[in-house]
Write a protein that binds this ligand. Structure first.
Ligand SMILES: [Zn+2]
Length: 118
């Protein structure tokens, strides 16, 4: 149930200059792999991925939380970084998402997700 939140992939800096670019450095770097058939043409590539849990992991009632995934990459024309994709997805609950000390722990410290203690 991944949902894309951004409709335009164009670089906002280039768009402001009147030279619209939607090509990123990772796309250019991956081009030989795409041509060799080792990577899908539409593979979602990005330089940085930032996952932001937007749901209280103590209130999900399950092993996943809804995460806002923001992907950033570098424009192949001007070299500046911009957001190429933003989407929501379900991700496994991890220790990083569990509230800091002071809250009741959800599982013993160090237990990985999916270990049956969630
Ligand atoms: Zn640009």
């Amino acid at each position: 149930m991944e949902q894309n939140l951004i409709k335009s992939y164009n670089c906002p800096y280039c768009e402001a200059q009147g030279t619209i670019s939607d090509e990123t450095l990772t796309q250019i770097a991956a081009q030989p792999l795409v041509e060799a058939g080792k990577l899908d043409k539409d593979a979602p590539l990005s330089a940085h991925k930032i996952g932001i849990p937007i749901q209280d992991p103590t209130r999900t009632g399950g092993l996943t939380v809804t995460v806002l995934l923001i992907e950033q990459d570098y424009c192949a024309t001007c070299g500046l970084e911009y957001t190429v994709r933003a989407s929501t997805m379900e991700a496994p609950v991890t220790m990083q998402q569990v509230p800091p000390p002071g809250y009741p722990p959800q599982r013993p410290f160090g237990m990985p997700p999916g270990s049956g203690m969630g």
